[in-house]
Design a protein around this ligand. Structure first.
Ligand SMILES: NC(=O)c1ccc[n+]([C@@H]2O[C@H](COP(=O)([O-])OP(=O)(O)OC[C@H]3O[C@@H](n4cnc5c(N)ncnc54)[C@H](O)[C@@H]3O)[C@@H](O)[C@H]2O)c1
Length: 311
Protein backbone atom coordinates (compact mmCIF):
# COMPACT_ATOMS: atom_id res chain seq x y z
CA UNK A 1 0.00 0.00 0.00
CA UNK A 2 1.34 3.45 -0.89
CA UNK A 3 1.80 5.96 1.92
CA UNK A 4 -1.29 8.17 1.97
CA UNK A 5 -0.92 10.93 4.50
CA UNK A 6 1.65 12.74 6.56
CA UNK A 7 1.35 12.84 10.32
CA UNK A 8 3.48 14.90 12.66
CA UNK A 9 5.58 16.92 13.11
CA UNK A 10 7.19 15.13 16.02
CA UNK A 11 10.47 15.62 17.77
CA UNK A 12 12.38 12.36 17.68
CA UNK A 13 15.09 13.83 19.90
CA UNK A 14 17.88 12.84 17.53
CA UNK A 15 18.67 16.19 15.94
CA UNK A 16 22.37 16.24 15.15
CA UNK A 17 22.99 13.28 17.44
CA UNK A 18 25.96 11.21 16.37
CA UNK A 19 24.85 7.66 15.54
CA UNK A 20 27.08 4.72 14.75
CA UNK A 21 25.28 1.92 12.90
CA UNK A 22 27.24 -1.29 12.31
CA UNK A 23 26.25 -3.41 9.34
CA UNK A 24 24.89 -0.13 8.00
CA UNK A 25 25.70 -0.78 4.34
CA UNK A 26 22.79 -3.14 3.79
CA UNK A 27 19.42 -4.43 5.02
CA UNK A 28 18.11 -3.16 8.36
CA UNK A 29 21.20 -1.02 9.04
CA UNK A 30 20.87 0.89 5.76
CA UNK A 31 17.12 1.41 6.27
CA UNK A 32 17.74 2.71 9.80
CA UNK A 33 20.60 4.99 8.71
CA UNK A 34 18.27 6.76 6.30
CA UNK A 35 15.52 7.11 8.90
CA UNK A 36 17.95 8.57 11.44
CA UNK A 37 19.29 11.15 9.02
CA UNK A 38 15.80 12.07 7.80
CA UNK A 39 14.41 11.94 11.33
CA UNK A 40 11.30 10.15 10.18
CA UNK A 41 9.21 7.43 11.63
CA UNK A 42 6.43 5.62 9.79
CA UNK A 43 2.97 4.39 10.58
CA UNK A 44 2.34 0.85 9.40
CA UNK A 45 -0.93 -0.98 8.93
CA UNK A 46 -1.49 -4.48 10.31
CA UNK A 47 0.19 -6.00 7.25
CA UNK A 48 3.31 -3.97 7.91
CA UNK A 49 2.85 -1.61 4.92
CA UNK A 50 3.79 2.02 5.45
CA UNK A 51 0.61 4.09 5.50
CA UNK A 52 2.00 7.47 6.50
CA UNK A 53 5.12 9.22 7.70
CA UNK A 54 5.79 11.19 10.83
CA UNK A 55 8.42 13.82 10.20
CA UNK A 56 10.11 16.80 11.70
CA UNK A 57 9.68 20.20 10.13
CA UNK A 58 12.28 22.45 11.60
CA UNK A 59 15.69 22.65 10.04
CA UNK A 60 18.62 20.56 11.22
CA UNK A 61 16.58 17.73 12.66
CA UNK A 62 18.39 14.74 11.23
CA UNK A 63 21.14 12.78 12.92
CA UNK A 64 24.77 12.41 11.88
CA UNK A 65 25.10 8.79 10.84
CA UNK A 66 28.31 6.79 10.65
CA UNK A 67 27.70 3.68 8.60
CA UNK A 68 30.25 1.01 9.58
CA UNK A 69 30.59 -2.13 7.51
CA UNK A 70 33.15 -4.52 6.08
CA UNK A 71 31.60 -4.14 2.63
CA UNK A 72 33.35 -0.99 1.47
CA UNK A 73 31.89 -0.92 -2.03
CA UNK A 74 28.31 -1.18 -0.80
CA UNK A 75 28.88 1.23 2.10
CA UNK A 76 30.42 3.97 -0.03
CA UNK A 77 27.74 3.54 -2.70
CA UNK A 78 25.00 3.85 -0.10
CA UNK A 79 26.46 7.00 1.43
CA UNK A 80 26.85 8.53 -2.03
CA UNK A 81 23.28 7.61 -2.95
CA UNK A 82 21.94 9.21 0.23
CA UNK A 83 23.99 12.35 -0.36
CA UNK A 84 22.73 12.71 -3.92
CA UNK A 85 19.14 11.96 -2.93
CA UNK A 86 19.10 14.59 -0.19
CA UNK A 87 21.46 17.18 -1.68
CA UNK A 88 20.54 20.67 -0.50
CA UNK A 89 17.94 19.52 2.05
CA UNK A 90 18.79 21.26 5.31
CA UNK A 91 16.67 19.00 7.51
CA UNK A 92 18.75 16.03 6.57
CA UNK A 93 21.62 14.86 8.71
CA UNK A 94 24.66 13.48 7.05
CA UNK A 95 26.47 10.24 6.53
CA UNK A 96 29.98 8.93 6.65
CA UNK A 97 31.25 5.45 5.83
CA UNK A 98 33.73 3.58 8.02
CA UNK A 99 35.26 0.34 6.84
CA UNK A 100 35.56 -2.23 9.62
CA UNK A 101 35.85 -5.97 10.12
CA UNK A 102 33.96 -6.53 13.35
CA UNK A 103 35.27 -10.07 13.76
CA UNK A 104 38.48 -8.38 14.99
CA UNK A 105 38.28 -6.56 18.32
CA UNK A 106 41.08 -4.13 17.48
CA UNK A 107 39.00 -2.98 14.50
CA UNK A 108 35.98 -2.41 16.77
CA UNK A 109 38.15 -0.01 18.76
CA UNK A 110 39.43 1.64 15.60
CA UNK A 111 35.84 2.16 14.42
CA UNK A 112 34.75 3.84 17.67
CA UNK A 113 37.88 6.01 17.71
CA UNK A 114 37.31 7.04 14.08
CA UNK A 115 33.80 8.36 14.83
CA UNK A 116 34.94 10.18 17.96
CA UNK A 117 37.89 11.75 16.11
CA UNK A 118 35.57 13.04 13.43
CA UNK A 119 32.47 14.12 15.38
CA UNK A 120 33.75 14.40 18.96
CA UNK A 121 31.32 11.86 20.42
CA UNK A 122 28.86 9.02 19.85
CA UNK A 123 25.31 9.44 21.20
CA UNK A 124 23.64 6.37 19.72
CA UNK A 125 25.26 3.02 19.03
CA UNK A 126 23.42 0.41 16.95
CA UNK A 127 25.14 -2.98 17.02
CA UNK A 128 23.44 -4.43 14.00
CA UNK A 129 25.98 -6.30 11.85
CA UNK A 130 25.49 -10.04 11.78
CA UNK A 131 26.35 -13.27 10.01
CA UNK A 132 24.89 -16.78 10.03
CA UNK A 133 26.37 -20.24 10.50
CA UNK A 134 27.43 -20.50 6.87
CA UNK A 135 27.69 -23.41 4.54
CA UNK A 136 28.09 -26.37 6.81
CA UNK A 137 25.91 -27.90 9.52
CA UNK A 138 27.57 -27.31 12.85
CA UNK A 139 28.53 -30.94 13.55
CA UNK A 140 30.66 -30.99 10.42
CA UNK A 141 31.58 -27.32 10.50
CA UNK A 142 34.84 -25.48 10.90
CA UNK A 143 35.16 -24.16 14.46
CA UNK A 144 36.65 -20.93 13.11
CA UNK A 145 33.21 -20.12 11.69
CA UNK A 146 31.62 -20.32 15.17
CA UNK A 147 34.32 -18.07 16.51
CA UNK A 148 33.66 -15.55 13.73
CA UNK A 149 29.88 -15.74 14.19
CA UNK A 150 30.21 -15.06 17.91
CA UNK A 151 32.86 -12.46 17.09
CA UNK A 152 30.63 -10.38 14.80
CA UNK A 153 27.19 -11.02 16.36
CA UNK A 154 28.11 -10.96 20.04
CA UNK A 155 31.66 -9.97 20.99
CA UNK A 156 31.79 -6.92 18.72
CA UNK A 157 28.46 -5.69 20.15
CA UNK A 158 29.65 -6.22 23.73
CA UNK A 159 33.02 -4.59 23.13
CA UNK A 160 31.62 -1.58 21.23
CA UNK A 161 29.10 -1.06 24.06
CA UNK A 162 31.85 -1.21 26.68
CA UNK A 163 33.99 1.22 24.70
CA UNK A 164 31.33 3.89 24.17
CA UNK A 165 30.27 3.72 27.80
CA UNK A 166 33.77 3.81 29.32
CA UNK A 167 35.47 6.11 26.85
CA UNK A 168 32.63 8.55 26.20
CA UNK A 169 29.50 8.32 28.31
CA UNK A 170 31.18 7.81 31.70
CA UNK A 171 33.69 10.61 31.24
CA UNK A 172 33.07 13.69 33.47
CA UNK A 173 32.98 15.95 30.42
CA UNK A 174 29.99 13.96 29.14
CA UNK A 175 28.12 15.27 32.21
CA UNK A 176 25.79 12.30 32.52
CA UNK A 177 24.09 13.16 29.23
CA UNK A 178 23.88 9.41 28.75
CA UNK A 179 23.46 7.51 25.53
CA UNK A 180 21.55 4.73 23.81
CA UNK A 181 22.63 1.33 22.55
CA UNK A 182 20.33 -0.81 20.42
CA UNK A 183 21.41 -4.32 19.50
CA UNK A 184 19.94 -6.30 16.62
CA UNK A 185 19.28 -9.79 17.97
CA UNK A 186 16.79 -12.17 16.32
CA UNK A 187 13.71 -14.31 16.92
CA UNK A 188 16.25 -17.13 16.56
CA UNK A 189 17.06 -16.30 20.20
CA UNK A 190 13.58 -17.62 21.07
CA UNK A 191 12.81 -20.28 18.48
CA UNK A 192 14.87 -23.40 18.13
CA UNK A 193 16.69 -22.80 14.89
CA UNK A 194 18.05 -26.24 14.11
CA UNK A 195 19.64 -25.17 10.85
CA UNK A 196 21.69 -22.43 12.52
CA UNK A 197 22.40 -23.40 16.15
CA UNK A 198 25.40 -21.14 16.59
CA UNK A 199 23.57 -18.14 15.13
CA UNK A 200 20.69 -18.72 17.60
CA UNK A 201 23.18 -18.93 20.48
CA UNK A 202 24.90 -15.67 19.48
CA UNK A 203 21.54 -13.87 19.40
CA UNK A 204 20.33 -15.36 22.73
CA UNK A 205 23.57 -14.03 24.23
CA UNK A 206 22.84 -10.57 22.83
CA UNK A 207 19.35 -10.64 24.38
CA UNK A 208 20.75 -11.69 27.79
CA UNK A 209 23.48 -9.04 27.55
CA UNK A 210 20.90 -6.35 26.76
CA UNK A 211 18.59 -7.31 29.62
CA UNK A 212 21.49 -7.40 32.07
CA UNK A 213 22.30 -3.76 31.33
CA UNK A 214 18.81 -2.43 32.14
CA UNK A 215 20.04 -0.87 35.39
CA UNK A 216 22.40 1.46 33.50
CA UNK A 217 19.36 3.63 32.75
CA UNK A 218 19.05 4.62 36.42
CA UNK A 219 22.72 4.65 37.30
CA UNK A 220 24.15 6.37 34.21
CA UNK A 221 21.28 7.54 31.99
CA UNK A 222 22.26 4.89 29.45
CA UNK A 223 19.53 2.84 27.78
CA UNK A 224 20.38 -0.50 26.18
CA UNK A 225 17.65 -2.27 24.17
CA UNK A 226 17.52 -5.01 21.58
CA UNK A 227 15.37 -5.83 18.58
CA UNK A 228 14.50 -9.41 17.61
CA UNK A 229 13.19 -9.59 14.05
CA UNK A 230 11.49 -12.59 12.51
CA UNK A 231 12.72 -13.39 8.98
CA UNK A 232 12.95 -10.39 6.66
CA UNK A 233 13.95 -10.08 3.00
CA UNK A 234 17.40 -8.49 3.38
CA UNK A 235 20.42 -9.76 1.41
CA UNK A 236 21.26 -11.98 4.43
CA UNK A 237 17.90 -13.73 4.24
CA UNK A 238 17.63 -13.74 0.44
CA UNK A 239 21.14 -15.27 0.25
CA UNK A 240 19.82 -18.06 2.48
CA UNK A 241 16.98 -18.70 0.03
CA UNK A 242 19.58 -19.77 -2.55
CA UNK A 243 21.74 -21.60 -0.06
CA UNK A 244 21.84 -25.38 -0.59
CA UNK A 245 21.64 -26.09 3.14
CA UNK A 246 19.30 -23.33 4.31
CA UNK A 247 16.87 -22.88 1.44
CA UNK A 248 14.37 -25.45 2.71
CA UNK A 249 13.92 -23.88 6.13
CA UNK A 250 14.00 -20.35 4.72
CA UNK A 251 11.30 -21.26 2.19
CA UNK A 252 9.27 -22.63 5.14
CA UNK A 253 9.41 -19.23 6.87
CA UNK A 254 8.00 -17.69 3.72
CA UNK A 255 5.29 -20.32 3.30
CA UNK A 256 4.19 -20.00 6.91
CA UNK A 257 4.01 -16.21 6.68
CA UNK A 258 6.90 -15.67 9.07
CA UNK A 259 8.26 -12.69 7.15
CA UNK A 260 8.31 -9.05 8.30
CA UNK A 261 9.13 -6.01 6.13
CA UNK A 262 12.65 -4.57 6.32
CA UNK A 263 11.23 -1.11 7.00
CA UNK A 264 9.25 -2.36 10.00
CA UNK A 265 12.44 -3.73 11.54
CA UNK A 266 14.22 -0.40 10.96
CA UNK A 267 11.25 1.24 12.63
CA UNK A 268 11.60 -1.07 15.64
CA UNK A 269 15.28 -0.08 15.91
CA UNK A 270 14.23 3.57 15.84
CA UNK A 271 11.66 2.82 18.56
CA UNK A 272 14.40 1.31 20.73
CA UNK A 273 16.46 4.47 20.24
CA UNK A 274 13.91 7.23 20.79
CA UNK A 275 11.43 5.74 23.28
CA UNK A 276 12.87 7.02 26.55
CA UNK A 277 10.86 4.62 28.75
CA UNK A 278 12.65 1.58 27.31
CA UNK A 279 15.75 0.13 29.00
CA UNK A 280 16.80 -3.51 28.84
CA UNK A 281 13.81 -3.97 26.55
CA UNK A 282 13.37 -6.89 24.19
CA UNK A 283 11.53 -5.54 21.16
CA UNK A 284 10.32 -8.25 18.81
CA UNK A 285 9.16 -7.81 15.23
CA UNK A 286 6.72 -10.52 14.25
CA UNK A 287 3.97 -10.91 11.66
CA UNK A 288 1.09 -11.09 14.18
CA UNK A 289 1.72 -7.95 16.24
CA UNK A 290 4.29 -6.04 14.19
CA UNK A 291 6.44 -4.38 16.85
CA UNK A 292 5.92 -5.92 20.30
CA UNK A 293 7.58 -5.85 23.72
CA UNK A 294 8.42 -9.19 25.28
CA UNK A 295 8.16 -9.57 29.06
CA UNK A 296 10.31 -12.38 30.47
CA UNK A 297 8.48 -12.38 33.82
CA UNK A 298 5.15 -13.29 32.24
CA UNK A 299 6.51 -14.85 29.00
CA UNK A 300 4.03 -12.63 27.20
CA UNK A 301 4.38 -10.01 24.50
CA UNK A 302 2.30 -6.87 24.10
CA UNK A 303 1.95 -4.83 20.94
CA UNK A 304 4.08 -1.71 21.20
CA UNK A 305 2.49 1.71 21.14
CA UNK A 306 4.58 2.95 18.30
CA UNK A 307 4.81 5.32 16.65
CA UNK A 308 3.14 7.71 19.01
CA UNK A 309 1.79 11.01 17.75
CA UNK A 310 3.57 12.89 20.47
CA UNK A 311 6.93 11.68 21.67
N1 LIG B 1 17.17 -10.66 7.66
C1 LIG B 1 16.68 -11.45 8.60
O1 LIG B 1 15.83 -12.31 8.34
C2 LIG B 1 17.13 -11.27 10.02
C3 LIG B 1 16.29 -11.75 11.03
C4 LIG B 1 16.68 -11.57 12.35
C5 LIG B 1 17.85 -10.90 12.65
N2 LIG B 1 18.64 -10.46 11.64
C6 LIG B 1 19.86 -9.74 12.03
O2 LIG B 1 19.78 -8.43 11.51
C7 LIG B 1 21.10 -7.88 11.41
C8 LIG B 1 21.26 -7.19 10.08
O3 LIG B 1 21.18 -8.16 9.08
P1 LIG B 1 20.43 -7.95 7.70
O4 LIG B 1 19.35 -8.97 7.65
O5 LIG B 1 20.12 -6.53 7.49
O6 LIG B 1 21.55 -8.51 6.73
P2 LIG B 1 22.50 -7.81 5.65
O7 LIG B 1 23.39 -8.89 5.18
O8 LIG B 1 21.68 -7.05 4.67
O9 LIG B 1 23.33 -6.77 6.53
C9 LIG B 1 24.34 -7.18 7.41
C10 LIG B 1 25.52 -6.27 7.23
O10 LIG B 1 26.52 -6.65 8.17
C11 LIG B 1 27.77 -6.53 7.54
N3 LIG B 1 28.76 -7.38 8.18
C12 LIG B 1 28.79 -8.72 8.27
N4 LIG B 1 29.92 -9.12 8.85
C13 LIG B 1 30.63 -8.02 9.15
C14 LIG B 1 31.90 -7.80 9.74
N5 LIG B 1 32.70 -8.80 10.12
N6 LIG B 1 32.33 -6.53 9.91
C15 LIG B 1 31.56 -5.48 9.50
N7 LIG B 1 30.36 -5.64 8.91
C16 LIG B 1 29.90 -6.90 8.74
C17 LIG B 1 27.51 -6.99 6.11
O11 LIG B 1 28.52 -6.56 5.22
C18 LIG B 1 26.15 -6.39 5.83
O12 LIG B 1 26.24 -5.13 5.22
C19 LIG B 1 22.05 -9.05 11.65
O13 LIG B 1 22.54 -8.97 12.96
C20 LIG B 1 21.17 -10.25 11.48
O14 LIG B 1 21.64 -11.35 12.19
C21 LIG B 1 18.31 -10.60 10.33
Amino acid sequence: MAPTSQAGPVNLGIARRVCLVTGGASGFGAALAEKLARAVGCFHNAAGDIISYTHTVSVLKGAIVAVADRNEELGRKLVQEFEEKYAGELDIGFFVFIKVDLSKLDEVKRMVDAVVRRYGTIDILVNNAGIGDGDTWFLRGDSQRWVDTFGVNTHAAIYATQLVINEIWKKPEHQNRGGVVVNTASMAAFDVEATQPVYGATKAAVVAFTRSLASLAKSHNIRVNCVCPAASPTPLFLGGMNHPRLKESFAKYQKEGWIVPVDLVAEALLYGIVETTLAGAVIRVVPKNGIELYDYKTSKAVKAEWPRQKL
